[in-house]
Ligand binder design. Structure first.
Ligand code: UD1
Ligand code: CA
Length: 447
């Protein structure tokens, strides 16, 4: 898609005191991705010429996943959204043409389709100077409320809830973002006066100024589920819920089977192919790829892992770098980290496998642990094909077990095992005849 002549300014310099957190609001996460990153990601989808993020200079080093190819502006003192937009404008190219989207960094679920609707309206109505993204606000007295003008679909002002005396003046719609003609934004932003009540400069005042100067300001009502903002921890949880519902629907539409969708949780980047079956109570954290045919059993937690056409769970934990190949089986209470489990290999019960390669068709007995950490460094365990590791073995890395070898149950393996060998590393069993009978008689006499 070609770049448009539009730009985006994302406002993210506020502290968000209502969250009562040490971290600024826009760095809180939905689906494992910061609120701000959600907005940047969507802004990129509409291919603007430039994206500027207005940040608080205290957080200039915070990492953003979608931060590349964006510009940063810093607002020293949080004097309000108009001041933040002014900071953003200083960083945009100096041209006068095109339109500027003003997006709020705390409205994470706004979609690119909705943003493009605003552009459509700006093109349809020649005289439009501002297009406000509106949302139903009949159930809240907060936010910036729209004041309608005579012509249908147009407004003459936005009144911030903190400043409203007279609710009869406004309609039950509020502002959730704006698209403004760049030359007019530059002209009118200089005329915005601080609110008499709060002392803040509101970008929403642009509507009143443009209307007074004879320009038309329109609005488009978007889906409320997309446009809710995060101001409190309850709103953060509500938006997470909406996000999860959206992801479940998306995956099911792509052919994934979710047996109890409401119990499965996704990260923003979870990749699931069609014909994956996800059983109840599964949590996907970041960077997961599950290929067609895989079965993820109940109560699994999966992060940073790739699962091919294999079976995982119930009660398995796959961590970063777990790569489960076709027809492998990972069973209950098994944790796998940074390890490849090859085709048809099985780790079925109560195991920890870390920094390990397991070859094809190898069976790892119940309770086997790879001891990959010596308190200072992590070491590798290499297990070949067709190996059988008996239950409750400890494989002390670095160590290698070659193809076809067998390890006796309960072994502590500290040295390499050759191809086809049997290794038993446990104390010999001693049976003492009649010992228990004599012991019990001795004890009885002593009573
Ligand atoms: C704002 C809008 C309101 C709209 C609502 C939608 C204004 C004046 N109000 O109100 O019309 O209905 O969002 O959710 O625009 N920010 C800065 N610098 C500042 C102040 C804020 O960058 O000096 C950023 C914040 O980080 C935040 C966004 O702007 O991401 C909105 O600020 P917030 O204080 O949450 O505004 P609301 O009262 O929600
Ligand atoms: Ca807000």
């Amino acid at each position: 898609m070609e770049k448009t002549n539009n730009s985006v300014i994302i406002l993210a310099a506020g502290v968000g005191s209502r969250l009562k957190s040490r971290f600024p609001k826009v760095f809180h996460k939905i689906g494992g991705l910061s609120l701000l990153d959600h907005v940047i990601k969507t802004a990129k989808d509409i291919n603007p010429k430039e994206i500027v993020i207005v940040l608080n200079p205290k957080y200039e080093n915070v990492e953003l996943e979608f931060g590349v190819h964006t510009k940063k502006a810093y607002q020293e003192v949080q004097k309000g959204t108009a001041d933040a937009v002014a900071c953003g404008l200083n960083v945009l190219d100096s041209g006068e043409s095109g339109w500027v989207y003003i997006l709020y960094g705390d409205i994470p679920l706004v979609s690119s389709e909705t943003l493009l609707k605003l552009t459509e309206i700006s093109q349809k109505y020649e005289k439009a100077a501002v297009v406000v993204l509106a949302m139903d606000s009949s159930d809240t007295q907060e936010l910036g409320k729209l004041e309608s003008a005579e012509e249908e679909g147009t407004i003459k002002g936005i009144i911030e809830a903190k400043d409203i005396f007279d609710f009869d003046k406004v309609i039950p719609l509020c502002n959730a973002g704006l698209l403004i003609k760049k030359n007019l934004l530059k002209r009118f932003i200089k005329e915005i006066k601080p609110s008499a009540l709060t002392g803040e400069f509101y970008i929403t005042e642009i509507v009143r100024l443009a209307h007074k100067a004879g320009y038309v300001c329109r609005y488009h009502e978007g889906d409320k589920n997309e446009l809710l903002g995060v101001n409190t921890k309850s709103e953060l949880a509500l938006i997470e819920k909406i996000f999860q519902e959206r992801e479940r629907k998306k995956h099911m539409e792509n052919g994934v089977t979710l047996i109890a969708p409401e119990t499965v949780f996704f990260s923003h980047d979870t990749y699931l192919e069609n014909d994956v079956v996800v059983h109840p109570y599964v949590v996907f954290q970041g960077n997961v790829c599950i290929k067609s045919g895989a079965q993820i059993g109940p109560f699994c937690v999966v992060e940073g892992a790739t699962v091919n056409n294999a079976q995982v769970g119930p009660f398995a934990r796959l961590r970063t770098g777990a790569n489960i190949k076709n027809k492998a089986k990972i069973g209950n209470f098994v944790e796998i980290k940074n390890s490849t489990i090859s085709e048809e290999a099985k780790v079925n019960h109560l195991s920890y496998i870390g920094d390990t390669n397991i070859g094809k068709n190898t069976n790892i007995g119940a309770g086997t642990i790879t001891c990959n950490y010596d308190g200072f460094k992590k070491h590798k365990t290499i297990i070949g094909e067709n190996v059988f590791v008996g239950s409750n073995s400890a494989l002390v890395a670095p160590v290698r077990i070659d193809d076809n070898a067998i390890v006796g149950a309960g072994s502590v393996i500290v040295e390499d095992v050759e191809n086809g060998a049997l290794s038993i590393a446990r104390s010999d069993q001693k049976n003492i005849q009649n010992w228990s009978k004599n012991f019990r008689e001795r004890k009885k006499c002593a009573e």
